[in-house]
Design a protein around this ligand. Structure first.
Ligand SMILES: Cc1ncc(COP(=O)(O)O)c(C=O)c1O
Length: 368
């Protein structure tokens, strides 16, 4: 009987860079400037370069990044935003918090990201934006969605919370739409030790608006305020730590891909649907999600073999009590519904040892 494999162990990543993180945090303490100081400004510049965008604006969370993007785009009450049902609650919460109405489209059966044809069918005279989620670390079909947004005069807002460093035809996630919204929730590919988020954009006016919105709506230097501002700032401590980790992110994503390749090779031929990486859509494997018609039994057999798994996500959002009102026509989201019954996330993170990878492989092969 081999040792168990935890689904995720965040302490391992902190340990790998602990001396550098401690120096960075000590420097913030010593600097005595704790909100919107040099660390946030430097991190914004470094992350913008990483994501291939002109501007980056640090905010308090990924949910705020989405909500403030919508508000900066002038979207609110009476407006509809087309998005997906299979990516959990935060995206929906952000749209509702902006005052707009989420309209749920179905997803592509291979990548489980927003299906452009289904999105198009959702467009009404009130639609103002498309909001694809780059689920599990792989981009949605940004060529088709960008073309649709342009033809129909819609904003395109990318939810990149799970896709730091992912690419679509060479372009970084977040750099294609009007804005790209990132989360630094601790489990993400680039994770803080608390909450944090950031918006990237190539639009100078949107960047200026976002800077105002995160700071009570104040516009420098005149201290005039615009409506709907609030306090939503990335703080210096998180920014200092994120700068240390950003320097490792490409290597960590590479390790994720190597583990995914090992899983892919070992699981070929098993009765599982595997993630479908392709050259056009460089995957960063925030999650390694397989699909099985016998998902719950498979999960139980993996647990018996010491392998922890999770389900992302158990129910499409319109099956949440709070969001029942969003339920589209019956059966309209058949791909999202079926995926919810079949998806299973296996352990995959850069600090997984080769022995643990082998344990997962052996367990899955035995359990299938
Ligand atoms: C797809 C998606 N969108 C948005 C968010 C929200 O990010 P945060 O938790 O930083 O608010 C998350 C993460 O939790 C997410 O996975």
């Amino acid at each position: 009987m081999s040792a168990g494999v935890p689904f995720l162990d965040l302490r391992r990543q902190q340990e790998a860079v602990r001396p550098e993180i401690e120096r960075a945090l000590a420097a913030v303490l010593d600097a005595g400037h704790y909100i919107l100081g040099g660390e946030v400004a430097a991190f914004e510049a470094e992350f913008a370069a990483f994501a291939g965008a002109r501007f980056a604006v640090g905010v308090a969370s990924g949910t705020d990044a989405l909500e403030l993007s919508l508000i900066a785009c002038g979207i609110g009450r009476g407006d509809e935003v087309v998005t997906v049902a299979n990516a959990g609650a935060p995206t929906i919460c952000a749209i509702l918090a902006a005052g707009a109405t989420p309209v749920l489209a179905d997803v592509d059966p291979v990548t489980l990201t927003l299906d452009p044809a289904s999105a198009e069918a959702c467009i009404t005279p009130r639609t103002r934006a498309l909001l694809p989620v780059h689920l599990y670390g792989q981009c949605a079909d940004m060529a088709a969605l960008a073309a649709l947004a342009t033809t129909r005069g819609l904003r395109l807002i990318e939810d990149c919370a799970q896709a730091h460093g992912a690419r679509f035809r060479g372009a970084s996630a977040g750099s294609i739409g009007d804005t790209g919204c990132f989360s630094f929730y601790p489990t993400k590919n680039l994770g803080a030790i608390g909450d944090g988020g950031l918006v990237v954009t190539n639009d100078e006016a949107l960047a200026a608006s976002l800077r105002e919105l995160r700071m009570y709506g104040e516009s420098a230097p005149r201290h005039t305020t615009r409506p709907r501002g609030r306090n939503s700032r990335l703080d210096e401590m998180q920014a200092a730590l994120l700068r240390v980790k950003l320097r490792r992110l490409a290597a960590w994503n590479e390790r994720r891909r190597a583990i995914a390749d090992a899983y892919g090779a070992a699981f070929a031929g098993l009765p599982l649907t595997l993630p479908a990486p392709n050259r056009e859509r460089e995957h960063v494997y925030h999650l390694y999600v397989v699909r099985s018609s016998g998902r719950d039994a498979l999960r139980a057999r993996l647990r018996e073999r010491g392998v922890d798994t999770l389900i992302h996500y158990e129910r499409p959002v319109h099956r949440h009590e709070a969001f029942r009102g969003l339920d589209p026509a019956p059966r309209a989201l058949s791909v999202s519904e079926r995926a919810a019954a079949e998806v299973l996330s296996l352990p995959l993170y850069p600090e997984l040892s080769d022995a643990e990878v082998d344990t997962v492989i052996r367990a899955v092969r035995e359990a299938c």
